[in-house]
Write a protein that binds this ligand. Structure first.
Ligand code: FAD
Length: 283
């Protein structure tokens, strides 16, 4: 988003640190009343001379507590959304962490904006291009989420193969019980299918080809397969699977989050069907 759309002074100040992992960015679309319906954003930015003045509330914002820069999606006119960059520490911006069940290696936050003032020059992309640029960003984010989802499943599969070879019941390795063998085979096939969908989408992104349908397919399938396969891994581990001693417990908790951010599974399916049929799914 910054490389393609940000003004030079923002790119120069933040992109090198972001790429080297020394800086963090947060991107704010969601609000308490705005989730799947991205176009309904209420946070307002009003022009005052050479400045934007922002008021509103964002929620579920990844990296909020550690961010150096916040790119906020704001309403700048009727039906008009614009991305505005706010450096961390700008007066009027308050960040509060939201405790959650997993994925605690990153912060998820509420961000309150009360008369936050930044120069008009901090506009990312053109005024009014916020929705269009959000959709382009979603394409890449969905591909990334897909990889994250099936990768949790892949680790769960590796753990399950090992455990089913080591654990014996009824006089043999549980891997030799047909119902456990079926789980392993299904997990492996689903993870591979999710991976191939994601690699196709990633390849299209690399080649600069728009691939909303392919990314939506990869996102819903990859993250749902993450949930299914980590859940099966817990089952293969029996009682051990719900203890903190075995990693599958954490994998299952983390995987359950995947089908929510960057467009829920339900929204991905509506987008795929809308793109295939041309029939509006939302309004
Ligand atoms: C860990 C995490 C990190 C996140 N990071 C960010 C971030 O960095 N920046 C950001 O802006 N947001 C972020 N989000 C927010 C995320 O994008 C939203 O949670 C998501 O878009 C869903 O919105 P919602 O939670 O308001 O659910 P809602 O939109 O209220 O949906 C609730 C349920 O209704 C379903 N639903 C909604 N509309 C329809 C429909 N038309 N047809 C059928 N079903 C429907 C949904 O699929 C869901 O099952 C994050 C969320 C999480 C959990």
């Amino acid at each position: 988003m910054l490389i393609n759309n940000a003004p030079e002074h923002i790119r120069d100040e933040y992109v090198p640190g972001l790429l080297s992992g020394e800086k963090f960015i947060a991107v704010g679309i969601s609000e308490p009343d705005v989730g799947s319906d991205v176009a309904a954003v209420k946070t307002r930015a009003v022009r005052d001379g050479n400045d934007w003045v922002l008021n509103g509330e964002k929620t579920w914002i990844s990296n909020g507590e550690h961010m150096d820069l916040f790119v906020c999606t704001c309403k700048t006119g009727e039906g008009e959304l614009t991305h505005i960059a706010i450096p961390a520490g700008t007066p009027g911006m308050e960040v509060r962490g939201i405790p959650k069940m997993a994925l605690n290696s990153q912060s998820t936050s509420q961000i309150f904006l009360a008369d936050v003032r930044v120069p008009i020059a901090n506009t990312v992309g053109s005024i009014g291009d916020g929705l269009k640029n959000t959709l382009v960003t979603f394409e890449r984010a969905r591909c990334h989420m897909a990889a994250w989802g099936y990768s949790l499943g892949r680790r769960a599969l590796e753990e399950s193969i090992k455990y089913s070879q080591e654990r014996t019941q009824h006089g043999k390795q549980i891997a030799g019980h047909q119902l456990i063998a079926e789980k392993i085979a299904t997990m492996a096939t689903q993870i591979d299918a999710a991976r191939l969908l994601t690699l196709r989408a990633g390849d299209m992104i690399d080649k600069g080809i728009r691939c909303d349908v392919e990314c939506s397919m990869a996102k819903w399938y990859g993250t749902e397969i993450g949930v299914n396969t980590t859940r099966q891994a817990v089952q293969i581990h029996g009682g051990n699977g719900v203890t903190k001693e075995f990693v599958v417990e954490r994998l299952a908790r983390e995987a359950i989050i995947g089908p929510i951010p960057d467009g829920t599974t339900e929204i991905q399916k509506l987008l795929i069907a809308r793109m295939l049929t041309g029939v509006q799914a939302f309004r």
